[in-house]
Write a protein that binds this ligand. Sequence first.
Ligand SMILES: Nc1ncnc2c1ncn2[C@@H]1O[C@H](COP(=O)(O)OP(=O)(O)OP(=O)(O)O)[C@@H](O)[C@H]1O
Ligand SMILES: [Mg+2]
Length: 485
Amino acid sequence: MKIIYQQIISFVTLLTITLVITSVSFIQSTRRLVYSNTWTQLESYADALQENGWNRIGNVLQPNRTFILEMQNLLISQDVHFVIYNSENLPIFPTNAGAISSISGSTWNQLLNGKTIRVSKTPKKTVPTERQHIDQTAIYKPYFYNNKLLCVIAVTSSVQGVQKNIQNIESNLLLAIVISSAVAVVIIYLLSNLQSRRINRMRRATKEISAGNYDVVIPVTNTKDELNGLSHDFNNMSKNLKEANLEIERQEERRRQFMADAAHEMRTPLTTINGLLEGLAYDAIPEEEKGKSIDLMRKETSRLIKLVNENLDYERIRTNQIKLNKTTFDSTEALQNIAFQLEKKAAESGDTIKYLPEHESAKKIPIYADYDRFVEVVINIANNAIQFTKDGNITLKNERGFKETKVTISDTGIGMTEEQTKNIWDRYYKADPSRKNTKYGESGLGLSIVQQLVKLHGGEIEVQSKIDQGTTFTLLFPDGEEDNG
Ligand SMILES: Nc1ncnc2c1ncn2[C@@H]1O[C@H](COP(=O)(O)OP(=O)(O)OP(=O)(O)O)[C@@H](O)[C@H]1O
Ligand SMILES: [Mg+2]
């Protein structure tokens, strides 16, 4: 069943039950009140009759007929009638009470015990009235004189008017129930319809999302109801799904690119090795060349191993799988060591590598980093510098910045164009592919790893380069919390 109908049914049921319970209890209490008032009044008439309706003659009480008749005339005009029974249960007044029967045995016994009896519907023939078909209300009250029953006075009155009033109230209430139910149904219908429309809008949006359209947005209003909250959450969900989907696409693209690049990078050494192996197998390589061929194969195999290791390293850094062991150490000493370590290699390219200023070796400059990773980063950049500089100079420098340490590695080598400097961080990128078989750098992974490592330190890396003039890499390593404090 549709929600709209469920809501209408539940609201109408609730409304009807409430109205019926209220009306019934209202009518009941009104009825009780009306009867109780009537009885009190009838009882006061009976008391008046008893008080003034007897004359004392010696020690005996005799009915005061004059007063009783006056009273009768007075009360008839109000549609009130009375009968006086003597102690023998015989009606003695009115005088024509012959048609009236005595009070029934059980009622009489209760009266003998001094109990006043109230009835809301008088049994026929016990009261003198021509209109027996009309509901009557009556009281029977016994009066005693010297501990002996003197008489019982029954006073009765028609309840026609009372009932008419109650009927009026009943029909008004019924009308109120019908009108308010109708109004309530209309209001509930409108409200439910509004909610149904909002729910349907969400259903359509859900279908859109499952069909892959993550751009769908449900309008959110200012009302703070649950459906609005749901719409808000829904929009957040679709936004997150969109981002997740884009990330999946990006990952997929990266994976695809990686597979293509890795395959491409591996093909060259593998082809070389394969060619040499075939040459050896078919004895196509002269004896004196064999040693050289094996050397070449070893070089190509190391290159493959390096490629695989760097790839693994890159992925581990990128996915945060490595843990940095950061400490504060003297960057001057570290840079001096690196320069010393690479001196021989630089000389092979006719280069010099120096830490500057050369003679202020005592000046310590602290840096907060993982020592091994820091050395790895600088060596990587310095190796590039040696690789792309012929008969030039490579300089390493450091200085303190604001809550950071700055390290620069400059060369006077071949430099790069602006376009090339933008791409050097990409994996497998080589500014000039024809240079890829130079002595040192081959895979194009070095700077991607360097960049990831610097990022992992919370630092920054920048490059400035000019064709044929040289290149400068600038590294910024932020201080640790304790250094700042
Ligand atoms: N100091 C430099 N001068 C000129 N070009 C540079 C310099 N450093 C890097 N490059 C350019 O950036 C490219 C990417 O460098 P990267 O270190 O990532 O790879 P690679 O040195 O070719 O290989 P490897 O993975 O062995 O380091 C280089 O191929 C080169 O073209
Ligand atoms: Mg390199």
